[in-house]
Ligand binder design. Structure first.
Ligand code: GLC
Length: 569
C-alpha cells in the first residue's frame, strides 16, 4: 500500500559495506570493489534495498579512506572507476540502489586543494581551509599558542602548525584531515560540481560524513574546558554552526533539486538534537531526507567514550522514545545500532555468550520495528561480535591507537585502557566479514589487514544462510515484514513500560492495524506486564525468537532475550 507523499526510502532498508573489510578478490588482504560485486547476492538474499559504500576514493588511508585526496577517482587498493561502474551496474541490475559516502567537512592533506593552499599565504586556495596565526602575544609552535583551545577528535589540538607559512590549520579530526572552509563560495561550488558528477554517473545518493560540522563560527572562539587534558570542547562553535541550514539548503538546490525523488540523503550528525533534526528533515525545508543522531550510542559513555558505563535500559527507551515522538509529524528517523565507528551491538547492548543468537535477534527486532529507515552494518545480520584484541598491536584504527597513547601517557594503566578499547574501539566493527569457516573466514586468500575474529568458525554467512533459525534469517524476516506490512513503515509509535528495567515494549498503529512488540533485554526470565493486555486476546504472533505455545498476551513470561511481535486488526 503506498500513500500520497510516500517516498521510496521510507520503506527501504540500507546495508552498509565497509569495503576494506568486506571481501578481498585479489588476495592483498584488503577488501575491494570486485569483492563487493562477488558478494552482492548476499544482500539480495537478505532483501535490503540500498547499498551504502564507505569511502573508496583515492586516499592516503590515514583514516581508512575518510581522508580523500581525489574525490573523482577510486583508490587503487579498491579498484578503478571501471570496477566502480561495474559495481554500480551490478547493483542496479539486482534492483538495489547505491549511495556513496560524501566526506566534505575535510579533505586529505594530500588533496591538491590543500597542497596548493598550504604552499604560500598568497595562494588563491589559501582561504579554502582554515588558516590562522598563533594566539596573540605568543610565538607559533609554542605550547598553548594554537589559535583556539579546541581538542581534535583523534587526540591533541585541533590545530596543526605548518612551518612553510608559519600558520596553523584547523583539523577537527586527524592532522591529515584539514577542515574545508565552507564560508568560501568557491569551495561549496567545487563540492556541488563533484556531487553532480557522481549523480550523473548513476549513484543514488549520499551518506554525508559529519555534515553538521561544516559551518564554523568564523570568529573561532575558545571552547569549554574538558574534564581532563589541556584542550577544550570546541563543539559549540561548529556542531550545527551558524550557517549550517543555509549550506545544506543550498546544496539541496544546487545538487538535488531536479532529482529529489530518486535520491537518498542521510547526514551523519554527532551532537544533533531532536529540534535540529526536525529542521534538517522537514520536507518543506528541502534539506536532507534523514540524519544519523548519536544519542543512543552515547548512553554507555561516561567522561568520553573510553570511560565505559553499562547501559540502563530506561535511558535507551527514553532516548528512542523522544526521537520517535520528536519526528512523528515532521521529518524522518534513521535507525541504527552499528556502523564502522561503533562496537558490535550484540556485545555492547546484548549478550555475546550463550544467548548471542537470541540477543542479536531481539536487538534487531526492536530496531527494525521502530518508525524510520533501518541501517544494517555488514556482519550485523550474522550477529558478529566484538573482537578478542589482546594487545595494542592488534588495533589498526587511528582513533584507538591515539587514545591508547594519550591515556597511557596521562597515567591510566595500559590494562585499563585496553579494556576500554576492547569494549568501544571502532576496530570491533572493522574485523573482516565472516563468510565461512575456512582460514580467514573466506575474506581473503592473503594476510588480512586486521585479524579475522576466531569465532568465524561458528559465526559465518555460509552456516547462517543454511540455518532457518539463524540471526540472518531473522533479519531477512524483519526486512520482509517492513516491505509487506505498511504499519511497520507508517504506523505511529507508543512506548510502553518506560520504567521497566528489563522489558522493552511498544505499540505501532496504522488505522485499525496494531503491532505490539515486547522484548526481554536480560538473561533473566521476566514477566511483561503489558497494559490492556486483554485487548490482544485475538492477536497473531508474527515474529518471535523462541518457539511459543501460548499466544495470549496477558502476563507474558519471556525467556532470556526473548522477543515477540503480535499483530491485530
Ligand atoms: C565520521 C566517520 C568516521 C571518520 C570521521 C572523520 O565520523 O564515520 O569514520 O573517522 O567522520 O571523517
Amino acid at each position: 500500500m503506498s500513500r500520497p507523499g510516500d517516498l521510496w526510502w521510507k520503506s527501504a532498508v540500507v546495508y552498509q559495506v565497509y569495503p576494506r573489510s568486506f571481501a578481498d578478490s585479489d588476495g592483498d588482504g584488503i577488501g575491494d570493489l570486485v569483492g563487493v560485486i562477488d558478494q552482492l547476492d548476499h544482500l539480495v538474499e537478505l532483501g535490503v534495498d540500498v547499498l551504502w559504500l564507505s569511502p573508496v576514493y583515492r586516499s592516503p588511508m590515514d583514516d581508512n579512506g575518510y581522508d580523500i585526496s581525489d574525490y573523482q577517482d577510486i583508490d587503487p587498493i579498491f579498484g578503478s572507476l571501471e570496477s566502480f561502474d561495474r559495481l554500480l551496474a551490478a547493483t542496479h541490475d539486482r534492483g538495489l540502489k547505491l549511495i556513496m559516502d560524501l566526506v566534505v567537512n575535510h579533505t586529505s592533506d594530500e588533496h591538491p586543494w590543500f597542497v596548493e593552499s598550504r604552499s604560500t599565504r598568497e595562494s588563491p586556495k589559501r582561504d579554502w581551509y582554515w588558516w590562522r596565526p598563533a594566539r596573540e602575544g605568543m610565538s607559533a609552535g609554542d605550547p598553548g599558542a594554537e589559535p583556539t583551545n579546541w581538542r581534535a577528535a583523534f587526540a591533541g589540538s585541533a590545530w596543526q602548525f605548518d612551518e612553510t607559512t608559519g600558520e596553523y590549520y584547523l583539523h577537527i579530526f586527524s592532522t591529515r584531515q584539514p577542515d574545508l572552509n565552507w564560508e568560501n563560495p568557491e569551495v561549496r561550488q567545487a563540492i556541488y560540481t563533484m556531487m553532480r558528477w557522481w549523480l550523473d554517473r548513476g549513484v543514488d545518493g549520499f551518506r554525508m560524513d559529519v555534515i553538521n560540522f561544516i559551518s564554523k563560527d568564523p570568529a573561532l572562539p575558545d571552547g569549554r574546558a574538558l574534564a581532563s587534558g589541556p584542550y577544550a570542547d570546541g563543539g559549540s562553535h561548529y556542531v550545527c554552526g551558524p550557517r549550517i541550514h543555509e549550506f545544506i539548503a543550498e546544496m539541496h538546490r544546487e545538487v538535488f533539486a531536479d532529482r529529489t525523488e530518486a535520491v537518498l540523503t542521510v547526514g551523519e550528525m554527532p551532537g544533533v538534537t531532536v529540534d535540529e533534526a526536525v529542521l534538517f528533515t522537514d520536507p518543506a525545508r528541502a534539506e536532507l531526507d534523514m540524519v544519523f543522531q548519536f544519542e543512543h550510542v552515547g548512553l554507555d559513555h561516561g567522561d568520553g567514550k573510553w570511560d565505559v558505563r553499562s547501559l540502563d535500559l530506561r535511558d535507551l527507551k527514553a532516548s528512542f522514545g523522544r526521537w520517535q515522538a520528536g519526528l512523528a509529524d515532521v521529518g524522518w528517523n534513521s535507525l541504527y545500532w552499528n556502523n564502522h565507528d561503533q562496537p558490535r551491538v550484540v556485545s555492547r547492548f546484548g549478550d555475546d555468550g550463550a544467548d548471542r543468537v537470541a540477543a542479536a535477534k531481539t536487538l534487531a527486532t526492536l530496531l527494525h520495528l521502530h518508525r524510520g529507515t533501518p541501517y544494517v552494518y555488514q556482519g550485523e545480520e550474522l550477529g558478529m561480535t566484538n573482537a578478542p584484541f589482546a594487545t595494542i598491536d592488534d588495533f589498526r584504527d587511528i582513533e584507538s591507537i591515539h587514545a591508547y597513547d594519550e591515556l597511557v601517557a596521562a597515567g591510566r594503566s595500559p590494562h585499563d585502557v585496553l579494556t576500554a578499547l576492547r569494549a568501544m574501539s571502532r576496530d570491533n566493527a572493522r574485523t573482516p566479514m565472516q563468510w565461512d569457516a575456512s582460514k580467514h573466514a573466506g575474506f581473503t586468500t592473503g594476510e588480512p589487514w586486521i585479524a579475522v575474529n576466531p569465532n568465524h568458525v561458528e559465526i559465518n554467512a555460509e552456516s547462517a544462510r543454511s540455518d532457518q533459525g539463524s540471526v540472518f534469517h531473522h533479519y531477512r524476516r524483519l526486512i520482509e515484514l517492513r516491505h509487506t506490512d505498511p504499519v511497520v513503515v507508517h504506523g505511529d509509535f507508543t512506548m510502553l513500560l518506560p520504567d521497566d528495567e528489563q522489558v522493552y515494549a511498544f505499540l505501532r498503529r496504522l488505522g485499525d492495524v496494531e503491532l505490539l512488540v515486547v522484548a526481554n533485554i536480560s538473561t533473566d526470565e521476566v514477566t511483561a506486564d503489558v497494559p490492556e493486555a486483554d485487548a490482544w486476546a485475538r492477536s497473531v504472533l508474527v515474529l518471535g525468537n523462541y518457539p511459543v505455545s501460548k499466544l495470549l498476551v496477558r502476563d507474558i513470561v519471556l525467556r532470556p532475550w526473548e522477543s515477540r511481535v503480535y499483530r491485530r486488526a
